[in-house]
Design a protein around this ligand. Sequence first.
Ligand SMILES: Cc1ncc(COP(=O)(O)O)c(C=O)c1O
Length: 336
Amino acid sequence: MIWRIYDFPRINLFGRPTPLEKASNLSRELGVEIYVKRDDVMDLAFGGNKVRKLEYILGEALARGSDVIVTRGSYYSNHVRLTAAAARKLGLDVVIVTYPPQKDIERIEQGNVFLNKLFGAEIIEVNNPREADEKMEEIRRSYEEKGRKPYVIPVGGSTPLGVFGYIDGVYELMEQLRKLGVKPRYIIHATGTGTTQAGIILGLKLLGVRGINVLGIDVEKHEDENRIVDHIYELINEALEILDVKLEISKDEINVVKGYSFGGYGLFNDELIEFIVNIARKEGLVLEPVYTGKAFYALVDLINKKEIKKGDKIIFIHTGGTPLVFQLKKYFEKYL
Ligand SMILES: Cc1ncc(COP(=O)(O)O)c(C=O)c1O
């Protein structure tokens, strides 16, 4: 059934598979086996989970004859940087509507913010996500009036086609694990909009894999406990509908782990920065404090609290975000 995703238009944006490597030093120290799926290692513009989603989303945009891509995201958004890069690769125009991740957070002209400019995206600043959605609609209408064909991508590429990206991703991962002879007990990754998690859960289901617990670490502190789970559930069911596959997934199978958002989206503290520095020095791995740092912190904390047991095999999906360490460099300085 998983093959049905390949009936949909897709553009190729990176070489497969991305590496799967053991974090040997940390595994030894913590008494578990941690493998890192390096989705931060991709051909397109520093890579990340958004590339997998964009393969299908932009596949549809091209199939519809679109000539300008419109999307939105905060100053920290990896999605907008990768949308800009991918659009340019395809020879398309791109408009980005952007806003502070939280009130009063300054716009630092580095990392993703710099890259958006480097790719020559048209950048429109607003104050918050709600205004951004309104602005995107306005831009869509004005391009249509000019006879252009805009394609609007919602925040984070959170659509059923975005879900396909990680159905494919989990299939790729399971092939690598089969060759290694490793059956993990957990897959752990950062959850923002929930699209990656929806793809992983659905991909495992379509492959008939059982016994792997998918833990999405909430990096945004979704205030209403169930809202993110409901969104993931909806995404899964919308994806099943367009795939024309009948399958039951219960909300109990969707594990979004709370308690590691450090106060909310884009917020972090010294403890998290110090943790990221520590991991870089132990494992040569680059994490950042908006997404992957929080998820990896949760992974280590769950091991320390013995919720993940000694000897367990864990896959950490490194979902990217590398440019953010340059954007947020000043917060690291006192630890260097
Ligand atoms: C580096 C990184 N990790 C994780 C996420 C969360 O992914 P999703 O929105 O699919 O939950 C994002 C995007 O928001 C991201 O840029």
